[in-house]
Design a protein around this ligand. Structure first.
Ligand code: HEC
Length: 104
């Protein structure tokens, strides 16, 4: 028997591709329910999950600046990115997930 469950594969991928703190299950759910509808897929106007060139200039401004953008809303992004259940810690974890920043 050599079958692996999908969730094991996801955990393995998350552990192998990143040194940052992995978002919790709850934070991943919040991401899928809110941020993913805009930040996953191709859009010229929205920085995309996992696309480093979309994030390099924003990462330069830093996590705190991006946190302010998300809390207040920016361009086409509504305040808190629609995530009324997100705490500041949740938003930081999701920003790191999107941007590839490590939070150091
Ligand atoms: C309705 C679509 C939409 C949703 C939902 C959304 N975003 Fe965004 N987001 C955008 C757009 C559009 C931009 C680009 C804004 C700009 O720079 O003009 C953006 C930009 C950002 C940025 C970069 C901000 C900066 O200062 O450059 C971050 C970080 C971000 N989003 C995180 C999130 C997170 C985390 C969530 C979920 C909690 C989320 N977004 C939900 C549309 C969305």
């Amino acid at each position: 028997m050599r079958s692996y469950s999908a969730s094991m594969i996801i955990v393995a991928l998350l552990c192998s591709t990143t040194v940052q703190a992995v978002p919790s299950q709850r934070q991943l759910k919040l991401f899928h329910a809110n941020c993913a509808q805009c930040h996953v897929g191709e859009s010229r106007f929205i920085p995309t999950l996992g696309k480093a060139e979309d994030w390099s200039e924003r990462n330069h401004r830093g996590e705190d600046a991006m946190l302010q953008s998300v809390i207040q809303g920016r361009g086409g992004m509504p305040p808190a990115g629609y995530c009324s259940a997100c705490t500041e810690d949740d938003l930081r974890a999701l920003i790191r997930l999107l941007s590839g920043l490590t939070g150091e």
